[in-house]
Design a protein around this ligand. Structure first.
Ligand SMILES: [Zn+2]
Length: 155
């Protein structure tokens, strides 16, 4: 499955799960949602290792800007995705600044926008390739891809 197909499928599934028409969902949450990569090992959700007790997280944006998961028929939990390296090559995603909100709450768009802005303040352009990267994908001003490719650093 291509990235675009995965984003379309995930976005459509989230809209259906929340009983929101797709165009309304995209108007509020945006399109292009994908599953959080470390889904099921989100240790701050469940330290017993049984996985996410309230269902999988989904993320929006590249780098990820917002995390969201349905927690009820018309309710979502939203937050800021944070990547933490927990060993060589192991990036664990957790969700910070969580809050629950009804999908019909008029504050929802403003809250999503605030979370995304907060996360975007941590993004930087790589001085080597000029791509924008999150803090989990760089050391200093150079992204990990460039450090591997041009400096021989092994992650
Ligand atoms: Zn780079």
């Amino acid at each position: 499955m291509s990235v675009a197909e995965d984003e379309q499928d995930t976005t459509e599934l989230l809209a259906a799960e929340l009983s929101v028409e797709l165009t309304s969902f995209i108007g509020c949450f945006g399109g292009g949602w994908t599953s959080l990569p470390s889904d099921g090992v989100d240790l701050d959700v469940d330290t017993t290792g049984l996985g996410n007790l309230f269902g999988p997280w989904h993320v929006h944006g590249r780098p990820f800007q917002i995390a969201m998961r349905p927690t009820g028929r018309r309710e979502v939990e939203i937050g800021t995705p944070l990547g933490r390296w927990v060993g060589a090559g192991s990036l664990l995603w957790v969700v910070d600044r969580r809050e629950r909100i009804d999908v019909d709450d008029p504050e929802l768009s403003a809250r999503l926008s605030r979370l995304a802005k907060t996360r975007r303040t941590t993004f930087r352009y790589c001085t080597s390739c000029a791509r924008i990267v999150g803090p989990e994908d760089r050391d200093g001003s150079t992204c990990h891809d460039c450090m591997s490719r041009w400096l021989g650093v092994v992650f």
